[in-house]
Write a new protein. Structure first.
Length: 149
């Protein structure tokens, strides 16, 4: 499926607020409701749109500590380690990365003690050689956006 500028505008509107009705999306774009609906349905069928979700304010949920954790994994067991880490409820993202580490984790915690327990737990996992943790001080921008063509 070829994506055009209208599709990109629709995707960015949905990323901003996935609860908007077809009518409101169409109004924002100056197109008919049918056009907006058909485009969205087509992108859902093509799995470009894979689901809808809510944005959370973790600080209001008292998850005041956000960290980026780099992990070095040995002996080709990256997928095994990543899968184990990804199932932890505090983990919001797990990425394969290039560089001196193999994976990067984004996680949120209510306290330093909770973060410390998590770090000590993953450091005991088989094949985890080393971790490096960075505390996020401020979030300047977070979220997805589809750039224009």
């Amino acid at each position: 499926m070829a994506i055009d500028e209208l599709d990109i505008k629709i995707l960015n509107i949905l990323l901003e607020n996935s609860k908007l009705s077809y009518r409101k999306i169409a109004r924002k774009l100056g197109v008919s409701v049918t056009t907006a609906m058909n485009r969205i349905v087509k992108m859902e069928k093509e799995k470009i749109i894979q689901g809808y979700t809510a944005k959370l304010d973790y600080e209001k949920l008292r998850y005041d500590i956000k960290v980026v954790i780099d992990v070095r994994v040995s002996k080709g067991k990256l997928f095994e380690v990543e899968s184990k880490i990804a199932h932890h409820p505090n983990v919001s993202a797990v990425f394969d990365v290039t560089g001196s580490f193999d994976t990067m984790i984004i996680a949120n915690f209510k306290s330093r003690k909770e973060m410390d327990r998590f770090l000590k737990r993953i450091q005991t996992y088989d094949f985890v050689e080393r971790t490096e943790t960075k505390l996020v001080l401020n979030t300047i921008k977070e979220g997805q956006i589809v750039p224009s063509l």
